[in-house]
Ligand binder design. Structure first.
Ligand code: G
Ligand code: G
Ligand code: MN
Ligand code: NA
Length: 254
């Protein structure tokens, strides 16, 4: 339908833009990473979120060109912010399973990193647990390919999808992200939230990094921190923002 057609045009007209949401180390208060989130600056509808247009992209064969565009855009943006914070801020990007299914994603990504001179260790790729549903063996191969690229891998929305617990220790995974639905349930820092504690304990047991998403209140941050989750992402700290603002925020933390 109409959105699909105009999405094609949006790519050509440069209407897509990457936003950045900082990830904060609770101990130091410093920005240690940023998640890249896509936005569509639609000429009449204003800013459209990827939740609305990525499903169209998937159905209309636009996911691959959009992902290729995104990787180039991220590399160009990173070159700018590298001047401010050297290599202290890692970039997380979301890759759709469709993109990973394409045989040449490895070459595409490696090509972009080499072309822009970006160290793969500065990149984390977020995938959802559901990548394992169809074919766990294939998923392991894709994750191994990401590992060979030298980027790290985060499981996004952890705990909401297909339970990959049986595979987690076999996957080359570095980070799990506590889904915001679990964080939302934390209303009282003195309460007891067993699902959150279980996820923290899984991460600790497997030696994985942990990031809490959707942190909106001080109580949530205090509860997470008291229980050993030290990296936070959410409106309490920063909303996703366009590159110029993000660079201002990086500058202001010195
Ligand atoms: O930022 P927002 O809440 O609108 O994002 C909605 C969803 O879209 C999230 O689940 C997020 O993971 C996904 N998303 C955001 N940016 C990208 C992107 O660049 N690529 C892919 N594949 N998904 C994205
Ligand atoms: O699926 P994924 O986890 O990649 O999506 C993250 C989404 O959550 C983004 O669309 C982002 O805009 C949104 N988000 C980030 N922080 C918060 C928050 O504190 N509260 C809410 N409600 N959404 C958030
Ligand atoms: Mn994500
Ligand atoms: Na998530």
């Amino acid at each position: 339908i109409a959105l699909g057609q105009s999405l094609r045009r949006a790519l050509e007209n440069d209407e897509l833009e990457m936003y950045y949401q900082p990830q904060i180390d609770a101990a130091s208060g410093r920005i240690v990473g940023a998640e890249a989130l896509m936005r569509w600056n639609h000429p009449t509808r204003g800013i459209v979120s990827p939740g609305e247009f990525l499903p169209f992209a998937e159905e209309n064969g636009l996911m691959l060109p959009i992902s290729d565009w995104m990787i180039g855009a991220l590399c160009r943006d990173m070159l700018q912010w590298k001047n401010i914070c050297a290599n202290q801020v890692r970039l997380s990007l979301n890759l759709s399973p469709q993109y990973l299914d394409r045989g040449d994603f490895f070459e595409k990504m490696r090509g972009a990193l080499v072309r822009y001179g970006i160290a793969p260790s500065q990149i984390e790729v977020e995938i959802t647990e559901n990548i394992c549903i169809r074919n766990p063996q294939h998923a392991i191969e894709q994750l191994n390919k990401l590992g060979q690229l030298g980027v790290s891998v985060a499981i996004d929305d952890f705990g909401t999808g297909y339970s990959s617990l049986a595979y987690l220790h076999r996957f080359p995974v570095h980070t799990i992200k506590i889904d915001q639905s679990f964080v939302k349930e934390i209303h009282d820092e003195y309460g007891h939230y067993p699902v959150v504690l279980a996820i923290i304990s899984i991460a600790r047991g497997l030696g994985l990094n942990l990031i809490a998403e959707g942190v909106e209140t001080e109580s949530q941050a205090r509860y997470l921190r008291a229980n050993g989750c030290m990296t936070m992402q959410g409106y309490l700290y920063h909303r996703p923002m366009a590159l110029p603002r993000f660079m201002d925020v990086l500058r202001s933390q010195g």
